[in-house]
Design a binder for this molecule. Structure first.
Ligand code: SAM
Length: 256
């Protein structure tokens, strides 16, 4: 099958998770950006509760733990990622207030108005930006915050090749102003937006390129592994060619 017509959702999950296991981050992001987003959020105390949704192996969860006094629950579909997060929490002595739980963002294990902050780096696309904003709002206290990164168009027009690629991979990709309007319509006050710098993406793709050779060796002859790496390389090439048109944006909102 032609990589250009295939989305990440169609590949064998075990292979994908093996590709990303033992990495600190499974998407473009880093501690400085997590801290920058956190700087817009006030009032977190020892009594506060944070949910880190689609937390992966917990790179950003540890940054939140180091820089807030609050209780943090990481929610993630893939059990191995949750094991890595819980091991890291233990190593860093956060086990009394940081817990990773296997769960689905479609069906979160929280009560209404239980949370002070919902964090979601590079993962809300799995439920859809608008749907996540609307579905998760009930779990936040009034005045609680949401912070997430989301793939976003930087311009109102773009070349067909990249427009078509993202239309196929994530049709909800949209401009910053439309995403902010979606936040307002869902009942949040937009507090801040900032563009995730290009270097964050190039770092992410460089780290992946280094892993690809050993991954292909480990899964020699496996078609899914080869196709998956082919897809990752194609996505990285497209980013290199069209990076002025799209990238992640951090969105921070407050429940009204
Ligand atoms: N937040 C991490 C980071 O930035 O490094 C991981 C981002 S990774 C691009 C997206 C994560 O969302 C993956 O770990 C994936 O397993 C998780 N995920 C996908 N669908 C999910 C769902 N329905 N519920 C919970 N987690 C999900």
């Amino acid at each position: 099958m032609n990589n250009e017509n295939k989305t990440i959702h169609e590949f064998d999950l075990n292979i994908i998770y093996d590709y990303f296991s033992d990495t600190e981050r499974q998407g473009p992001g880093n501690a400085d950006l997590t801290l920058k987003a956190l700087s817009f959020i006030n009032g977190l105390s020892q009594q506060s509760k944070i949910a880190d949704i689609g937390c992966g192996t917990g790179g950003q969860t540890m940054v939140l733990a180091q820089n807030t006094p609050s209780k943090i629950i990481g929610i993630e579909l893939w059990p191995d990622f949750i094991s890595q997060l819980n091991e890291n929490a233990q190593k860093n002595n956060f086990q009394h207030r940081v817990t990773g739980v296997v769960g689905n963002m479609d069906n979160l294990p929280f009560d209404d108005e239980e949370l002070d902050l919902i964090w979601c780096e590079g993962a809300i696309y799995n439920i859809g930006f608008e749907c996540g904003l609307k579905e998760w709002r009930k779990f936040l206290k009034r005045g609680g915050y949401i912070a997430m990164t989301e793939n976003t168009w930087f311009t109102s027009e773009r070349p067909d090749e990249i427009g078509g690629f993202w239309q196929n991979a994530y049709p909800e990709i949209d401009t910053i102003s439309n995403k902010v309007a979606q936040m307002e319509n869902a009942g949040y006050l937009p507090i801040a937006t900032f563009v995730v710098p290009e270097l964050t993406w190039t770092d992410y793709y460089t780290a992946q390129a280094l892993r690809q050779e050993s991954f292909l060796k480990k899964h020699a002859g496996n078609k899914t592994a080869e196709e998956f790496v082919g897809y990752q390389r194609y996505e990285a090439q497209l980013y290199d060619k069209y990076k002025e048109y799209y990238g992640y944006v951090f969105y921070i909102g407050k429940k009204m």
